[in-house]
Design a protein around this ligand. Structure first.
Ligand SMILES: C[S@@+](CC[C@H](N)C(=O)[O-])C[C@H]1O[C@@H](n2cnc3c(N)ncnc32)[C@H](O)[C@@H]1O
Length: 291
């Protein structure tokens, strides 16, 4: 039965998923996050003009998205003529992205690679280098250790053009001062509607990290997600939880220093300057422009 036929939903299904399983449902992910994607790609173009010496009348951009997921940004980028590379570890997300590119007659290179360690060769860049690498909405906080983060940052640095930048969207923590929070995301495509309520539990500051353990308890934010997916034939409720590694200002400075990267700008997702003294330690989200 096609998803869009007019039959009433049966009884709602309930699913409980692990972190990885969420990325086995690329269509739900893509529908949920589609809104605002084109504006964010415009933001990347603004960043390229302001920080990477790009002249739009001169040439198209070389763009790289580590942890690209369904490649929602790269599909827009490719439609605008840019040369696009995306890497991710979740094959279903990549395959969904490739299929949508094929349907639209667009080209982008989507590769199953770990963002912790990759090279220009792995991407098949040849003599080309990346003008803007970008990774938003805290995706880098999936990396489980500071070492993995440093290795990731070094990999990106190696593939950037001389004037290229890495636009990295990350929220910084302020241990002990944060409270639980929540937000609601909604998306709709055709007759498929997806709503997600996410609850964010800051790390319990009093738990001291265990030396040598892979994930220190005090560096994890727990995200609890309740998802509702509705089509004319199906109603599914999904509960799902995952952890994101946390960085406060000094932890973030330390990994940037180790990776040999400097902050050359601080902007929002539209490429506009943010007036936030992030080194002072207040929590917040920004797109860090790194080189
Ligand atoms: C929140 S999604 C973001 C997807 C996309 N960047 C977007 O904005 O829609 C996070 C993605 O990170 C990917 N990921 C997590 N760890 C990774 C790693 N070590 N290397 C590559 N991708 C990774 C997941 O498979 C998932 O697709």
């Amino acid at each position: 039965m096609p998803e869009d036929s007019q039959q009433q939903p049966d009884r709602p299904e309930t699913l409980s998923m692990s972190e990885e399983d969420w990325y086995d449902h690329p269509k739900w992910y893509d529908v949920l996050h589609a809104r605002g994607t084109a504006a964010e790609v415009t933001g990347i173009e603004v960043i390229a003009q302001r920080f990477a010496g790009w002249d739009p009348d001169d040439r198209y951009l070389n763009l790289l998205e580590p942890a690209c997921g369904t490649a929602r940004h790269l599909r827009v980028g490719a439609r605008r003529g840019h040369h696009c590379w995306g890497i991710d570890l979740a094959e279903p997300m990549l395959e969904y992205g490739r299929e949508r590119l094929r349907e639209a007659g667009l080209k982008a290179t989507l590769l199953n690679l770990d963002m912790t360690a990759f090279s220009a060769n792995d991407l098949g860049l040849g003599h080309r280098r990346i003008d803007v690498a970008f990774c938003f909405i805290n995706s880098v906080r999936h990396l489980p250790t500071d070492e993995a983060m440093v290795s990731h940052l070094r990999s990106v640095k190696r593939v950037l053009a001389r004037e290229g930048v890495y636009a990295l969207g990350i929220g910084l923590a302020s241990y002990g001062s944060e409270r639980e929070s929540e937000d609601v995301w909604k998306g709709k495509r055709g007759q498929c509607a997806v709503t997600q309520m996410a609850q964010y539990l800051p790390p319990p500051n009093l738990i001291v990290g265990q030396r040598g353990s892979e994930i220190e308890p005090h560096r994890n934010e727990r995200v609890i997600s309740q998802l509702a997916v509705t089509t004319p034939t199906r109603e599914v409720f999904v509960s799902h939880a995952f952890s994101l590694r946390t960085y406060d200002a000094s932890e973030w400075q330390a990994v940037l220093k180790k990776a040999g990267l400097e902050v050359v700008g601080l902007v929002d997702e539209f490429g506009d300057d943010l007036d936030w003294d992030w080194r002072a330690g207040a929590p917040g989200y920004a797109v860090f422009l790194l080189r």
